[in-house]
Design a protein around this ligand. Structure first.
Ligand code: CA
Length: 431
C-alpha cells in the first residue's frame, strides 16, 4: 500500500511541476469557489488535501498496530508469569519426592514446553510487527521529506508560464475596443460580477472581440459533469486556443444578463470532413441560477448551419419540433432535471444542456471520433447523445469541433454583415 502511495505522491509532484502550463477549471471542494479559471497552482489544494488525508490514515494504522503490539506483549508477559509459577511448582513437587507430585510435575513440564513454544511464536510476531513499524516509520520520514519539499514549492510564487494579456474590460469586445489586437487569455469583469475571471478572447482583424463560452476540439475533456461543474465551468483555457472547456453558466449569465446592448451568440461547427458552418442568435441571454440558467434569445440571425435551436421535425411525431426546441429552456444536468420530459434527458444523454424533450441541438454531447455513431455506441440508454446540430447533420452524426462565443450585435453588423463574420471563422479547425 505504502509504495503505491509514494508513487502517487511522486505523481502529484510531477503533476505540480507541469500543471502551470494549463489552467484548471475544476473546483475542488476545499478551494474557494472562485479559484477556478485564472488561478495558478490549483493543484496545491489537491496536494494539501492528499497529504492531510494520508497522515490521518497512516496515524490510524500505526495506532492500531501499536495496540496489537501491546496485546501481544501482555500475552507474553502473562505466559512468562505462568511459566515461572509452573517452574516453581515443579521444583517444589520434585522436592517432595512423592509419586503423585512426580506425575503432576511431568504434566507441568509438558505445559511448560507448550508455553515456551507459544512464547517463541509470539516473540516472532512481535519481531515482525516491530519490522513493520520500523518500515512504516521510514516511509513516514520519506513522506515528511516529500511534504516539506512540496510545501516549499507551494510557498514559492507560481511561475506564470501562461501568457495572460494585461488589458481588462467587461467582455472581450470592451477589451478589443481598448486596443487589444491579439487573441488570448484576458481577465474580464462584467458589470454585476463580484470578481474578475479569465476568458479566451478571439480578436480578429476587424477589431472584433468574441468572448468564447464553449470549445470542443478533440474529445480531451469529458462533458459529462454535474450541476456545480457546469455552473462554475470546467476543462482548460489555453492562450493558444487548443483546449476544450465550458466557461461556466454563472459566468455566461454575468456576461449576458448585465448587458444593455443586444448580444449575439455565434455557434461555429466543423464536421469530420473539415466543412465549417455557423449559426447566429441575436439577443442571447442566460438567466440566473434561480431561474436554472434559462436560455433565451430573440431570433435566429442567420448562418448556414440552420436553426437547430428552433427544434426539428424528426418525422417520429408531429410534436417533435415543439419538443426539441431550446429557446426558453432551463439548464439540466444529470443531477438537476429541469427538462420537459418524464425522464431525465441530461442523464440519458450524459451532458449538461438546455434540455426540452430532449434536443435538436446538443453541443455538450459525447465526443465520437469519426462522427457517425449508432444506438449501440450510445451506451446504456441508446439515445442520440453525440455533439449534434440536426439542421446540418442528422442526430447520429457527432460533430468534430464546436465553438460558442458572444459579441455585441453592433459589432456583427458593423463588420460588413454576417458574411464578414463567416469569413472570419476564427481559425477553427485550422490548428
Ligand atoms: Ca424530466
Amino acid at each position: 500500500m505504502a509504495p503505491s502511495l509514494l508513487a502517487t505522491a511522486g505523481g502529484l509532484l510531477l503533476l505540480f511541476s507541469f500543471s502551470s502550463a494549463q489552467i484548471r477549471g475544476d473546483n475542488l471542494a476545499t478551494c474557494s469557489p472562485n479559484d477556478g479559471f485564472g488561478k495558478y497552482c490549483p493543484t496545491t489544494c489537491g496536494v494539501a488535501d492528499y497529504m492531510l488525508n494520508y497522515w490521518a490514515r497512516v496515524d490510524h494504522e500505526l495506532d492500531s498496530m501499536e495496540k496489537s503490539l501491546e496485546i501481544v506483549t501482555n500475552l507474553t508477559r502473562e505466559a512468562d508469569e505462568t511459566i515461572t509459577y509452573m517452574k516453581d511448582s515443579t521444583t517444589s513437587a520434585q522436592k517432595s519426592q512423592q509419586d503423585v507430585y512426580f506425575k503432576k510435575s511431568s504434566s507441568m513440564l509438558d505445559d511448560i514446553l507448550r508455553f515456551e513454544k507459544a512464547i517463541i511464536a509470539q516473540e516472532q510476531q512481535i519481531y515482525d510487527l516491530q519490522n513493520i513499524i520500523e518500515s512504516n516509520e521510514r516511509r513516514m520520514g520519506e513522506l515528511k521529506q516529500l511534504s516539506i519539499q512540496l510545501q516549499q514549492k507551494c510557498t514559492e510564487p507560481c511561475q506564470d508560464t501562461v501568457a495572460i494579456q494585461t488589458t481588462t474590460g467587461t467582455d472581450c469586445q470592451d477589451i478589443a475596443n481598448k486596443g487589444a489586437s491579439t487573441s488570448g487569455l484576458y481577465y474580464v469583469k462584467p458589470i454585476n460580477a463580484k470578481e474578475q475571471f479569465l476568458v479566451y478572447c478571439e480578436i480578429d482583424n476587424f477589431g472584433r472581440g468574441f468572448t468564447v463560452l464553449q470549445r470542443r476540439r478533440d474529445g480531451s475533456v469529458d462533458f459529462h459533469k454535474d450541476w456545480n461543474q457546469y455552473k462554475n465551468g470546467f476543462g482548460y483555457l489555453s492562450p493558444d486556443d487548443t483546449t476544450e472547456f465550458w466557461l461556466g453558466n454563472e459566468k455566461i449569465h454575468l456576461l449576458t444578463a448585465s448587458n444593455t446592448m443586444p448580444t449575439v451568440l455565434r455557434i461555429e461547427l466543423v464536421d469530420w470532413e473539415g466543412n465549417k458552418k455557423y449559426s447566429d442568435y441575436n439577443m442571447f441571454r442566460l438567466g440566473s441560477e434561480a431561474d436554472m440558467y434559462r436560455l433565451t434569445y430573440g431570433f435566429h440571425f442567420g448562418g448556414d448551419a440552420g436553426d437547430a435551436f428552433d427544434g426539428f421535425d424528426f418525422g417520429d411525431d408531429p410534436s417533435d419540433k415543439f419538443y426539441t426546441s431550446h429557446n426558453g429552456m432551463q439548464f439540466s444536468t444529470f443531477d438537476r432535471d429541469n427538462d420537459k420530459y418524464d425522464g431525465n434527458c441530461a442523464m440519458q444523454d450524459g451532458s449538461g444542456w438546455w434540455m426540452n424533450r430532449c434536443h435538436a441541438a446538443h453541443l455538450n454531447g459525447k465526443y465520437y471520433t469519426g462522427g457517425r455513431y449508432t444506438e449501440k455506441d450510445a451506451g446504456e440508454f441508446g439515445y442520440d447523445n453525440g455533439i449534434i446540430w440536426v439542421t446540418w447533420h442528422n442526430r447520429w452524426y457527432s460533430l468534430k469541433e464546436t465553438t460558442m462565443k458572444i459579441i455585441p450585435l453592433s459589432r456583427i453588423t458593423a463588420g460588413g454583415g454576417q458574411q464578414a463574420g463567416a469569413k472570419q471563422f476564427g481559425g477553427l479547425g485550422d490548428a
